[in-house]
Write a protein that binds this ligand. Structure first.
Ligand code: G3H
Ligand code: 13P
Ligand code: ZN
Length: 332
């Protein structure tokens, strides 16, 4: 059993309280490898931003759970070495079983998500409560994120227009019965690079897809029911058209890509939304940089020569997010 405090990590409690009060959101960036971790820490130290390092169950399978745990410890030391100690959370993204959450808590995670959004309301309550009871009874309190409502895309086999928004009338009861520390909601975001079907969008003069707005009315209703309670937005990549074009210029094919416009995320961050999850944009940034090297320098075969530029592009992207979108820069 490793406590997250031994790794130099913090839970989300104080971080979220400050973010809700301050009208900004904490970045939750996924990582699977060293270059992603370096980029996240470099960007967050330079912008003086608190950060949530997110690990999915897929990341644990890909990279090995002990390596990831020790990379999180390394992240704390790396930030210190770079000259500024920022608060760092190690969070399980989309935990789907009690056992997985327990395993993560025992290996040093300071926060877990239990995603029971596919279950019936009663089953979701029961599973989320079980995880909260365990996480909160640890010597060092581990925070828990629950989810109500279903995002379209990878979370479900429903199409985007069938996305099930969170029902504001359920949120108070869910929070009370489970004891969750934060709540992920569905207001129109979804995972991946195709967040809406072209038929749901309009097009700009140059053919770029313009998505429909998020359901800010649903968010406002939820805030009214849970004043000051930390709300989480998944599926919040903006899918920058520059990266899509760059990838396609160098041989990729990413038809009908569309994300959540930055202005809408900025608006959400000023509300009770205090954690914004971003993974796909980082994948696009790295892929664009790597494809460019492969196309322009066909004889290059040193991984550092393409993973290095990918890392630099990722750092640039995350600095931009912290400063211009989430408002977390300067808050550490
Ligand atoms: O929400 C999912 C995250 O983007 C993680 O994706 O399960 O492929 O690691 P993954
Ligand atoms: P994106 O696919 O929009 O980056 O969402 C990531 C996410 O929600 C991770 O949990
Ligand atoms: Zn997610």
């Amino acid at each position: 059993m490793t406590s997250y405090k031994e790794l130099g990590l913090v839970n989300t409690k104080e971080m979220f309280a400050k973010a809700v009060k301050g009208g900004y959101a904490i970045p939750a960036y996924n990582f699977n490898n060293m270059e992603q971790m370096q980029a996240i820490v470099q960007a967050c130290v330079e912008t003086k931003s608190p950060v949530i390092l997110q690990v999915s169950s897929g990341a644990r399978k890909y990279a090995n759970k002990n390596l990831l745990k020790n990379m999180a410890r390394g992240a704390v030391e790396y930030a210190h070495e770079l000259g500024y100690d920022i608060p760092i959370v190690l969070h399980l993204d989309h935990g789907d079983t009690f056992e997985l959450c327990k395993d993560c808590i025992e290996s040093g995670f300071s926060s877990v998500m239990i995603d029971g959004s596919h279950l019936s309301y009663e089953e979701n309550v029961a599973l989320t409560k079980k995880v909260c009871d365990y996480a909160h009874s640890q010597k060092d309190y581990v925070t828990v994120e629950g989810e109500l409502g279903v995002l379209a895309g990878v979370e479900d086999d429903v199409s985007a227009e069938e996305s099930h928004y969170t029902k504001p009338e359920e949120v108070q009861d869910f929070v009370k019965k489970t004891g969750v520390d934060s709540l992920a909601i569905s207001i129109g975001t979804s995972h991946g690079r195709q967040k809406f079907k072209p038929s749901q969008c309009t097009r700009s003069a140059d053919g770029i897809l313009i998505p429909p707005p998020l359901a800010f009315d649903v968010l406002a209703e939820i805030e009214k029911k849970l004043p000051g309670f930390p709300i989480v937005l998944h599926g919040s990549s903006s899918v920058p058209i520059e990266y899509v074009k760059e990838i396609e210029k160098y041989g990729g094919k990413l038809d009908d890509s569309v994300g959540i416009p930055e202005e809408q995320l900025r608006k959400a961050a000023k509300s009770a939304v205090c954690k914004i999850n971003i993974d796909s944009d980082g994948r696009l940034a790295m892929t664009a940089a790597i494809r460019k090297v492969f196309a322009e320098q066909p004889s290059e075969f040193d991984p550092r020569k393409y993973l290095g530029p990918a890392r630099d592009e990722l750092k640039k992207l995350y600095s931009h997010k912290n400063k211009e979108v989430l408002g977390s820069a300067g808050q550490a």
